[in-house]
Design a protein around this ligand. Structure first.
Ligand code: MTE
Length: 313
């Protein structure tokens, strides 16, 4: 069998309304996270659990408790600011994100360079709590603010030749110290197949926890594809290009045997570098089993019917 149904997954992860945290709880949580920030990892995890920071069990109530704001904004991958997890929080403050434009190009009837305000005009910003799984073996639960990417793409009127979408992220070495090194070829580029991009779960993110998106998390707009490893979700997008052919993406080009183009979360397919069977939810001590498609299989598995996910990883 090519596609396994994951066990016991909630049918929808979309929270239609505020209410996952009231402001008082948010402040308490942020304060608790700040208080434990200085202690070593083991103590920090135990403290977080004691403070209700998450359950070590997979499934069950509390399993998808949002990760504290402080962790979401201080444990990042954003190589443009350095390869350390705290580098983005330290250096991303210097990035100027306004004004911001996004070029829309390729197989669309309305190619143009759009001001961000024009792209966002008329979009309903929702709050959605999504699991976020990094190929390195850690995960978070993030209350994002944003809207479905398809609401944006349809406005550009894709042609019938549009089969893929390429996302190019910002190249600005003067404000991004990591781009003055050659750890990756710049700019960072990612891509999706058209049906993945048009899936309602695929999100344009403009904020988190009801606040503007912090620079280290990809301001002013990023993508999040919750059933894929985090590297598929480009930050600080400046160009969206619809294409007939599969785009060359940064990690897939850099190390194709490690980072497949599809990069669907799959506990049964280890990458060369890491086993993907389990993950450590930030704020928890014990590792938990990783779920196929990060637990979103009931909504996205049909996209991959007939594909061999061991080959197309
Ligand atoms: N986007 C850009 N432009 N540069 C990056 O280095 N890292 C990716 C992805 N998007 C990255 C990026 C990786 S590997 C992950 S896991 C997620 O961003 C991390 O998102 P987070 O820091 O908001 O958790």
């Amino acid at each position: 069998m090519l596609i396994r149904r994951p066990p016991d997954i909630p049918s929808s992860e979309i929270t239609p309304e505020r209410g996952y945290l009231d402001r008082r709880a948010f402040i308490a949580m942020a304060g608790a996270a700040a208080a434990v920030a200085a202690v070593p990892v083991l103590g920090r995890d135990l403290l977080a659990r004691a403070a209700g920071g998450g359950s070590a069990r997979a499934g069950g109530s509390g399993a998808d408790k949002p990760t504290p704001y402080d962790d979401i904004t201080h444990y990042n991958n954003y190589y443009e600011f350095g390869t350390g997890k705290t580098d983005p929080a330290r250096y991303a403050g210097q990035l100027v994100t306004s004004p911001w434009t996004v070029e829309v190009a390729g197989e669309v009837r309305k190619p143009a360079t759009y001001h961000l305000e024009d792209l966002l005009r008329g979009q309903t910003i929702e709050e959605r709590i999504y699991r976020h799984r990094c190929v390195e073996g850690w995960s978070m639960v993030i209350p994002w603010n944003g809207f479905s990417l398809r609401n944006l793409i349809t406005r550009f009127e894709p042609t019938s030749r549009a089969k893929f979408v390429e996302f190019t992220t910002l190249y600005r070495p003067s404000q991004m110290p990591g781009q003055r090194t050659d750890v990756l070829p710049w700019p960072y580029v990612e891509g999706l197949r058209m049906d993945e991009a048009m899936h309602p779960l695929t999100m344009v993110v403009t904020g988190l926890y009801g606040r503007p998106l912090p620079n280290q998390d990809g301001a002013p707009i990023r993508i999040h594809v919750p059933w894929k490893y985090g590297f598929k979700s480009g930050k600080s997008i400046v160009r969206i290009r619809l294409m007939e052919t599969q785009p060359a993406t940064t990690w897939n080009t850099y190390a194709p045997s490690w980072y497949g183009f599809y990069a669907n979360v799959n506990p049964d397919v280890d990458t060369v570098r890491w086993s993907q069977a389990t993950e450590r939810r930030i704020g928890e001590f014990f590792r938990r089993p990783t779920l196929l498609f990060n637990g979103y299989g009931d909504q996205v598995a049909s996209l991959y019917e007939g594909m061999d996910l061991r080959k197309d990883y």
